[in-house]
Design a protein around this ligand. Structure first.
Ligand code: PHE
Ligand code: FE
Length: 293
């Protein structure tokens, strides 16, 4: 296209345009502009939501399912201001719309102040099964339900504060692994068996069943130092999952000062994603019979 036309196109109002950081403030926050989502985007959201609801009951932890039900997000891309009102009452969290991934420090600053950044745009139909970056479906469906749980909500704030500290200590590589293996890909044991709380699994069409039922992945009982030393996969299902007993345990085990822990792990070799480590306590795959939706 010629230059004049290109300029005209790029200046045209393009609602909720993916990857447009120009409307965002210094904290990367922008307006959601809910009315500008197209009808086919709401329809795609509904299809994503329905597909996940055929998967997550029976696999997700109870706190997640309870939170999801309270959000009433089944028939359209949710309004972030309405969800924020519910969150404020429940746990004093709120949501802010962002144009996509944001720099580490801005992200930690939001979490430390009990604000969760949610990407405002929705994937395309071609990305129904797999998307390489977070969109509003991953961020909202995956992360927001558990922010209604008071204990989990406190963990997320602690993580944000821990992120600001890890940045000062040059240790973000290790702290990022903690986010990955808990907030994104965490499993939890419950009286009724192994369940999922990680957002990356809960918003995925294939990893829900893989993480709980398939024999291949290693399911290792949560051990902070072991986890901080473990690399992760960003482009395929995880080879290793870490399993907590409760959110209270997660908070307790991550409460100590990480400064000496970072110093120690820095001197030790990292474990490959599929590597066994001395002291690993492995949990078996679970056979789950999903409850009917
Ligand atoms: N206790 C950690 C520190 O001192 C902070 C933290 C808490 C990090 C919870 C992650 C999760 O660095
Ligand atoms: Fe995420």
């Amino acid at each position: 296209m010629d230059a004049a036309l290109a300029t005209a196109v790029s200046n045209a109002p393009q609602p909720n345009l993916r990857g447009d950081y120009s409307r965002a403030g210094a904290d990367f926050v922008l307006q959601q502009r809910w009315s500008e989502y197209a009808a086919d985007e709401h329809a795609l959201w509904r299809r994503l939501y329905e597909r996940q609801m055929r998967l997550v009951p029976g696999y997700a932890c109870d706190e997640y399912l309870a939170g999801l039900a309270r959000l009433d997000a089944d028939d359209a891309i949710p309004r972030l201001d309405a969800a924020s009102a519910k969150l404020r009452r429940a746990t004093n969290w709120e949501l802010v719309a962002v144009p996509g991934l944001i720099p580490d420090l801005a992200f930690f600053e939001h979490l430390a102040n009990r604000r969760f950044p949610v990407t405002h745009w929705l994937r395309t139909p071609a990305e129904f099964d797999y998307i390489v970056e977070p969109d509003v479906f991953h961020d909202f469906f995956g992360h927001v339900p558990l922010l209604l749980d008071p204990v989990y909500a406190n963990y997320m704030e602690a993580y944000g504060k821990g992120g600001l500290k890890a940045a000062r200590l040059g240790s973000l590589k290790y702290l990022a692994r903690l986010y990955w293996y808990t907030v994104e890909f965490g499993l939890v044991t419950t009286p009724r068996g192994l369940r999922i709380y990680g957002a990356g699994i809960l918003s995925s069409g294939g990893e829900v069943v893989h993480s709980i039922e398939r024999p291949q992945p290693r399911r290792v009982r949560f051990d902070l130092e072991r986890l901080l030393r473990t690399e992760y996969n960003i482009d395929r299902y995880q080879d290793t999952y870490f399993v907590i007993e409760s959110f209270a345990q997660l908070i307790a085990d991550t409460a100590p000062d990480f400064t000496p822990i970072y110093e120690r792990v820095r001197t030790l070799r990292s474990f490959a994603t599929d590597q066994a480590a001395p002291g690993d306590v492995l949990l078996p795959a679970a056979a789950v019979r999903p409850t009917a939706p």
